[in-house]
Design a protein around this ligand. Structure first.
Ligand SMILES: Cc1cc2nc3c(=O)[nH]c(=O)nc-3n(C[C@H](O)[C@H](O)[C@H](O)COP(=O)(O)OP(=O)(O)OC[C@H]3O[C@@H](n4cnc5c(N)ncnc54)[C@H](O)[C@@H]3O)c2cc1C
Length: 480
C-alpha cells in the first residue's frame, strides 16, 4: 500500500466496483478501500466471497439504456483478474477526511509495519476522491426494540447472506421498507418460516405506483412477482399495521401491533399480539454522510431521497473540488442508480484528468438511466416515510440512543428547554455520542426533532461528525 494514489474510492459496493472498472486501464494508480472483509457492499456481499482478482459487470447491463434491476446487477457480476493499477484493501476503515483529500485510515494487521493485533493508522493522499459509502437502515423506535431477537430487516438479511443463519425458526417482518418482501423470500429459501408481513402502508397508497409502470414496468413487475411468489407460498400479509411493542424478559417472545388510519395514526382499541422469536423491522434507508460531511461537502435535505444527501453537480462532483460522490449517498435509489453513478463519476474524473473516455452519447445514456432510476425510487422512499404523528406518539420510556441510554422523555425535556437544533440537541442529550457514533439513532433523532418542533431541516441544521467516524482500538493509534 502506497501513501498517495491518483484516485481513492471509499466503498466497494455496486457504485465503487462500477467506478473502479471504468477507471481501470487508463494508467492510473487506484486504491479501493472497504471495511467489509470482501467487495460487494450491501447486495453483492455473498457473491464477492474471497477472490485474488476483482469484479466487473457484464457490459450488456447498460446496453438497453433502461432502468437496471438489482437482480440483473447480481446476475451480471463476474470475477476478473485484478486490473493493473488497482489496489483493494478490505477490513480497512476510513476514519476521517482532512483538507486536500488526506484520509486517515485504520488498516488491518497484515498491512502494518511490524505486527499489531489492533491494526494501525495510515494517512493516504488522494489526487481525486470518490465517496461511495452507501446507506444504512432507518427505524421507528418502539418499546422493547432493544430486546435480543429484534433486528433490522437488513441485519436479518446479512445474517443469512454472510453466515447462512436464520434469524429464528419463525420471523415476523414489519415496517415500511421494500426490503420486507426480499427478506421474506430469503427466509423461505433458507427453509425458515415467515409468521406474517406487517406493512404500515395501506394498499391504497401503493396504487400511486400505477403511473410509474409506463417507465418502470420491469422494476414494478419484479416487485409484483415477489409478492405473488410469497402469496403462493401462503405468507400472511397485513396492511396498515404498526409494531407498538416487543415483549419478552431476556429476548423477544411477543409483538404487539396497532392498526393505522389512512394518515398513519394508531387506531385505539385495535391492538393484536403475535407470538414471535424474531422480529425484523425497518423503515427505509438513510445515506451514510459522515465522511462527506468531514470532507466539507455541502448537503441537501430531501425526504424523497432519504433525508440528508450529498450535493453533487451533473458530473457527480461535490461542493469540494476533486471530491466526487456516487450511489446511495447522493440519494437513496437502489443498486441500479449506484451502478450508473459509479460509472458516471469515474468518467467525470477521467475527463478532468484529460483521459479519453469515449463518445458523449455514452455518458448521456447513463444520465438518462440515472434519471429514470431516481423517478421510481422517489415513490418507494415516500412509501417508507413515517408521519410526524408516529414520532410524537413515542412513549417517554422508549430508548432512542441505546449506547448512551437516552430515552424519548429526556429528548422531550431538552427540546422543551430550547435545544432545538441538531447540534445543540446532540450535545444536550449525548444522543449519538456513544459507541456506534449515532449510526442507529442519528437519523431518528433528526426526525424526532422535526416532528416535535415543526421546524424545517434548514432551521434545525444538518448533523456534524468528527474523526474517528468509526470505532477503532486505541492501541491502533499507538502503533508506530
Ligand atoms: C442493510 C441493507 C441491506 C440492503 N439490501 C438490499 C437488497 O437486498 N436489495 C436491494 O436492491 N437493495 C438493498 N439495499 C440497498 C442498497 O443500499 C443498494 O441496493 C446498493 O447496495 C447500493 O450500492 P452502493 O455502492 O451505493 O452502497 P453499498 O452497497 O452500501 O456499499 C457501500 C460500501 O462502503 C463501505 N463503507 C462505508 N463507509 C466506510 C468507511 N468509513 N470506511 C470503509 N468502507 C466504508 C461499506 O462497507 C460498503 O461496502 C440494502 C441496503 C442496506 C443498508
Amino acid at each position: 500500500m502506497k501513501q498517495a494514489y491518483d484516485v481513492v474510492i471509499v466503498g466497494s459496493g455496486v457504485a465503487g466496483i462500477a467506478a473502479a472498472n471504468t477507471l481501470a486501464g487508463h494508467g492510473l494508480e487506484i486504491l479501493v478501500i472497504d471495511e467489509n472483509p470482501q467487495a460487494g457492499g450491501q447486495i453483492l456481499r455473498q457473491h464477492c466471497r474471497v477472490t485474488d482478482g476483482f469484479w466487473e459487470f457484464d457490459p450488456r447491463l447498460e446496453r438497453s439504456g433502461r432502468t437496471v434491476s438489482t437482480q440483473k446487477i447480481v446476475q451480471s457480476l463476474r470475477p476478473v483478474p485484478r486490473p493493473k493499477g488497482i489496489t483493494c484493501v478490505h477490513q480497512a476503515r476510513v476514519l476521517g477526511i482532512f483538507p486536500d483529500r488526506q484520509l486517515l485510515v485504520h488498516v488491518p494487521d497484515p498491512l502494518c509495519p511490524g505486527s499489531s493485533v489492533s491494526g494501525c493508522m495510515m494517512e493516504i493522499d488522494a489526487g481525486y476522491l470518490l465517496l461511495a459509502t452507501g446507506a444504512r437502515e432507518r427505524f421507528l423506535p418502539f418499546k422493547g426494540w432493544t430486546l435480543p431477537g429484534v433486528m433490522s430487516l437488513g441485519a436479518a438479511q446479512i445474517l443469512m447472506k454472510s453466515s447462512g443463519i436464520l434469524p429464528a425458526r419463525h420471523t415476523l417482518i414489519a415496517g415500511t421498507s421494500p426490503l420486507q418482501t426480499v427478506l421474506a423470500l430469503e427466509i423461505l429459501k433458507n427453509k425458515g418460516n415467515v409468521t406474517a408481513i406487517l406493512d404500515e402502508n395501506h394498499f391504497a397508497k401503493k396504487l400511486g405506483l400505477l403511473p410509474l409502470l409506463k417507465h418502470h414496468g420491469f422494476l414494478a413487475g419484479e416487485g409484483a412477482m415477489q409478492m405473488l411468489s410469497l402469496m403462493i407460498r401462503k405468507v400472511r400479509f397485513r396492511q396498515g399495521v404498526r409494531v407498538t411493542e416487543a415483549r419478552g424478559k431476556n429476548e423477544v417472545t411477543a409483538v404487539v401491533t396497532a392498526d393505522l388510519d389512512r394518515k398513519g395514526n394508531k387506531i385505539p382499541g385495535t391492538s393484536q399480539i403475535y407470538s414471535a422469536s424474531a422480529l425484523a423491522v425497518g423503515h427505509g434507508f438513510s445515506p451514510n454522510i459522515e465522511l462527506p460531511v468531514q470532507a466539507g461537502c455541502a448537503l441537501d435535505y430531501d425526504a424523497d431521497r432519504g433525508g440528508w444527501v450529498v450535493r453533487v453537480d451533473h458530473a457527480l462532483e461535490t461542493s469540494v473540488v476533486k471530491v466526487y460522490a456516487a450511489g446511495e449517498i447522493t440519494g437513496i435509489a437502489g443498486a441500479g442508480k449506484s451502478f450508473v453513478e459509479g460509472k458516471l463519476a469515474a468518467l467525470s474524473i477521467l475527463e478532468k484528468l484529460g483521459k479519453k473516455t469515449g463518445p458523449d452519447r455514452y455518458a448521456q445514456k447513463l444520465v438518462r438511466m440515472q434519471k429514470q432510476q431516481r423517478g421510481y425510487a422517489s415513490f418507494l422512499n415516500q412509501l417508507c416515510q413515517v408521519p410526524a404523528s408516529a414520532y410524537e406518539a413515542i412513549d417517554d420510556d422508549v430508548l432512542i440512543c441505546r449506547c448512551e441510554e437516552i430515552s424519548m422523555g429526556e429528548i422531550r425535556k431538552q427540546i422543551a428547554k430550547g435545544f432545538v437544533t441538531t447540534g445543540s440537541l446532540k450535545k444536550a442529550t449525548r444522543c449519538g455520542m456513544g459507541r456506534c457514533q449515532g449510526r442507529i439513532c442519528q437519523p431518528v433523532l433528526f426526525d424526532i426533532l422535526l416532528a416535535l418542533t415543526g421546524q424545517t431541516p434548514d432551521q434545525t441544521g444538518s448533523p456534524s461528525f468528527r474523526a474517528p467516524v468509526k470505532n477503532v482500538p486505541m492501541a491502533a493509534f499507538l502503533h508506530p
